[in-house]
Design a binder for this molecule. Sequence first.
Ligand SMILES: [Zn+2]
Ligand SMILES: [Zn+2]
Ligand SMILES: [Zn+2]
Length: 273
Amino acid sequence: MRVFFLGTGAAEGIPALFCDCSICTFAKQSGGKERRTRSTILIDGNIKIDLPPETLAHVHHYPQLDFANLQHLLFTHSHDDHFAVRELQYLSPNFAPSRKSPLHVYATNQLIYKIVSETEGFFERAPLMLQSLMPFFEHEVGTVSVIPIIANHKRDELCLNFLISSEGKTLLYACDTGWYDPQTWEYLSTRTLDAVILECGKGVSHSSYEGHLSVDEAIRVRDRLLDEGTLRPNAPFYLTHIAHTGLLSHEEMEKLVIPCGLKVAYDGLEIQI
Ligand SMILES: [Zn+2]
Ligand SMILES: [Zn+2]
Ligand SMILES: [Zn+2]
């Protein structure tokens, strides 16, 4: 399975739209891995997780993207950095006349209602095949199988992380998560993971917000998965969904976490699992 990190930033990106803190200023000057758009990944070129507002900018930036033929889009939850649902209007024949097939969209029932109500008002109907995701059930998504698990990220909504399996390998994409409830930990203990991509929205800040993980908590997640035999030893473990308010540059975060066995994702990174 090939994973392309199109975006690895938290809600407001780095540098953030309206911020000149030291992390944002450093990112502006340095560019490269220090700059982060909102989090989204692409699997095997054709299965996308989440639709951040800069999706068009990603298409412009990476000429290898072929979203004219994108077949599958999964949503984790409805925060604006993941769910720019009104961009789906540009799938309609008026805006994409050469497109031949509908886009398969997978989300919880709650999000499907939102997608239906948002897309009803479009000038022309967008060709969407909506499919509802059930936690802890296996769903076929193109060439991969997906099992949604329950994150602990937003009190008024069922937020999902995904176990994505292909050719005998399983990836956990956990963005956004918070600390899992016992039900999710119990489910994970029955699985084997070959790679993990985990959010680290709080960095080294002392934020009391419970919907994201700090560096210390991310290390505890990895340790627990290893202790329970869920994570294969030496399996790649990447941090993503990184915020300027986490108070670390990319370089600083790498220095902190690499000795603990974690890696830091960046926009444009491609990995093979
Ligand atoms: Zn987010
Ligand atoms: Zn900032
Ligand atoms: Zn979120």
